[in-house]
Design a protein around this ligand. Structure first.
Ligand code: HEM
Length: 392
């Protein structure tokens, strides 16, 4: 009797396990397979039709002189959590052009004329050469549609009607494609190409306004090497996995954007001379920074608007870096800014404070921001101007 009961119990157990197995293969396995398929690299399907980049809405009445730079102030109330911080990018807004265009353009041209090889480079292989030509094609298509009063493509020439520059189209060489691309927009451009190690590397770039790094220092570095070497706080614990996964799986139809900010010790848009000598060979960093007898008027708010897209044909990832640059006393006049900026800085942890060079400028900046915030509270301006949404 006992044996029969035990047998029944055992067979019930087996049946239960069999049912569980069935349920797993019906419900869970397809889900796992789907996930695996989803995370497969996108650049492995050569027979897929190429994604056509959507044309942006034309700004027919675009008036460069009256288009103020976007006032991105990407610092938040409360604790800052380290995340990738990416948001969806609308195709219309890939490249922003504003009233500072000519000064950025002229500075870029002067940097390129001084030393082309220091600012423009590519790895000489078929994929990377193609990516250089493709970024120029994508920019030409975008700019001619978005800013038709400024850029026109006619008889194999791209015309910049503002500067009267005329560029051959298509470009003759990858270097021409990159250098011309740099002159068309206010952004710096980096092309991340997948190498044989399966990682994305800085394999082509046109970088004229980096502030405190040189292209030769980052050239061919992988995404991980770049960020580890720069000492990005919490990279290995909070960012590395998601960023690499993002690069492997990013699709051409899903561009993204992110914003950051730094406090800079001087007014050098292309190069911060207080961080080191541009002509020297020493890597510029907070360790080499000279903050002696600094005044608040020298301090600048340096904020990058970055975009990331996968190019449909070459499959390279384009990283654009547009720097917005303002003296601290200018942005401190904006309602809510001094109070929120001081709060964000005080909330940085040890590693973020070190990365951002806080000890070089905090004794000058924080009392100044507190004073400006106090004035704003007393004036009643904060009630009159409600605070906007991130990135502010
Ligand atoms: C999803 C893409 C990316 C994410 C989430 C990301 C994230 C970050 C973060 C959090 C930092 C610290 C400063 C900041 O907040 O921006 C940083 C710094 C940096 N990133 Fe990235 N990054 C990305 C792509 C790239 C790419 C494609 C490059 C290629 C050049 C790059 C180059 C750098 C460099 C050079 C720094 C150091 C800047 C400095 O401190 O001087 N990043 N990145």
């Amino acid at each position: 009797m006992l044996a029969a009961v035990e047998f029944t119990q055992a067979s019930k157990g087996v049946a239960f396990l069999a049912l569980l197995g069935l349920a797993f293969s019906w419900a869970v396995l397809p889900f796992l397979q789907k996930r695996r398929q989803k995370s497969k690299v996108v650049d492995s399907a050569p027979d897929e039709p190429l994604f056509q980049t959507p044309l942006p809405t034309p700004l027919e009445n675009f008036d460069l002189g009256s288009k103020e730079p976007q006032p991105y102030r990407p610092f938040r109330h409360g604790t800052t959590h380290v995340t990738m911080g990416i948001r969806k990018l609308d195709w219309d807004n890939w490249i922003e052009i504003d009233s500072n265009y000519l000064s950025y353009h002229d500075l870029k041209v002067s940097e390129l004329n001084k030393d082309l090889a220091a600012h423009v480079g590519y790895v000489d292989n078929a994929d990377t050469r193609d990516a250089c030509f493709e970024i120029y094609e994508e920019l030409t298509q975008y700019l001619c549609h978005r800013y038709p009063k400024m850029f026109q493509l006619k008889d194999g020439k791209l015309n910049n009607l503002l500067t009267s520059e005329v560029f051959p189209y298509p470009a003759a060489t990858p270097t021409d494609a990159l250098a011309t691309s740099a002159k068309l927009i206010q952004d710096d451009i980096v092309l991340m190409v997948k190498e044989d190690d399966g990682q994305y590397h800085v394999d082509a770039a046109a970088v004229c306004l980096p502030g405190f790094w040189r292209l030769k220092e980052k050239f061919r570095m992988s995404l991980d090497e770049l960020h580890i070497e720069a000492g990005v706080p919490h990279y290995q614990t909070k960012l590395q996995k998601s960023m690499n996964r993002f690069f492997q799986t990013m699709r051409p139809e899903k561009p993204v954007t992110r914003n950051n900010f730094f406090i800079q010790l001087d007014d050098g848009l292309h190069w911060s001379h207080r961080m080191g000598d541009q002509k020297g060979n020493e890597v510029a960093s907070w360790a080499t920074a000279n903050s002696a007898s600094l005044t608040v008027d020298e301090l600048h708010f340096r904020s990058e608007r970055q975009t990331l897209r996968r190019l449909p044909r070459s499959k390279a990832i384009v990283f654009t870096i547009r720097t917005y640059f303002e003296p601290i006393p200018v942005i401190a006049k904006e309602p809510h800014v001094p109070g929120r900026l001081a709060e964000a800085i005080r909330n940085w942890d040890e590693s973020m404070s070190h990365y951002k060079g806080k000890t070089h400028w905090d004794k000058i900046l924080l009392p100044y921001l507190d004073e400006q915030h106090e004035k704003q509270m007393e004036s009643g301006i904060l009630e009159k101007h409600p605070e906007a949404e991130f990135p502010y």
